[in-house]
Design a protein around this ligand. Structure first.
Ligand code: SF4
Ligand code: SF4
Length: 168
C-alpha cells in the first residue's frame, strides 16, 4: 500500500477530544504517577504540540532537534495524518510510553507533559487539561503551528537544520 492510501481524510475536531476530558477525574495528574494512569488519562496528557515529530540527531550524547518535520505531520493542526497506521508506515515513529519518556538522552521537548510530570514538574498553564481549550497550545506559542519548518523530504543533511528553540 502506498503512503497516500493511508492519509486520513475525515475531519477530526481537537476540541471534541478536549471536551471529553471532563469525564476524567479532576486533576488526576497531581496525585497519580504516570504508571498509575488509565489509558484515557495517559492520552489526555498529550497536548498535541507536534514537537516530537521533528527529526532529531544525537550528537556527543545530546539530542539536537531540527526544524525538519516528519512528512506525515500536518503542520497547521500538528496532527499525524496517518495516526492509526504510523508504526507500519514510519518504522522510526516512536510510541510515547514510559520507556520513551524516561529514555536518556531526553528526546521529548521539555514542554512535553509526560516528561514534565515524570520529572516532578506541574503542567504548564497553557495545557488543554488546564485551559479546557485545544487551541491554547498554539495560542500560547507552544505548538509547531506557525513556525519555520521544512518537510523532511527536502532535507539532504539534517545538521543544516538544527534549531535551538527554548522549548525543545
Ligand atoms: S511532544 Fe509530548 S505533548 Fe507534544 S505531541 Fe509529542 S507526546 Fe504530545
Ligand atoms: S508518523 Fe509518527 S513522527 Fe510522523 S507525524 Fe505521525 S506520529 Fe509524528
Amino acid at each position: 500500500m502506498s503512503d497516500k492510501e493511508y492519509i486520513i481524510t475525515e475531519s477530526y475536531n481537537p476540541q471534541e477530544r478536549v471536551d471529553a476530558f471532563q469525564k476524567l477525574e479532576p486533576e488526576f495528574w497531581k496525585h497519580k504517577k504516570l504508571e498509575e494512569m488509565s489509558k484515557d488519562e495517559w492520552e489526555a496528557l498529550c497536548d498535541g504540540c507536534g514537537k516530537c515529530c521533528l527529526n532529531k540527531l544525537e550528537i556527543k550524547g545530546k539530542i539536537k532537534f531540527t526544524n525538519a518535520y516528519c512528512r506525515f505531520l500536518d503542520c497547521q493542526s500538528c496532527l499525524c495524518k496517518i495516526y492509526d497506521h504510523r508504526f507500519e508506515v514510519v518504522p522510526d515513529c516512536r510510541d510515547i510510553n514510559l520507556e520513551a519518556v524516561r529514555e536518556k538522552p531526553r528526546w521529548l521537548p521539555k514542554t512535553c507533559a509526560y516528561w514534565l510530570l515524570d520529572n516532578g514538574y506541574d503542567l504548564p498553564d497553557w495545557h488543554p487539561l488546564i485551559t479546557g481549550k485545544a487551541s491554547s497550545v498554539t495560542e500560547s506559542g507552544n505548538s509547531l503551528s506557525g513556525r519555520e519548518l521544512v518537510n523532511e523530504t527536502k532535507v539532504q543533511d539534517y545538521e543544516d537544520y538544527i534549531v535551538d528553540w527554548q522549548d525543545l
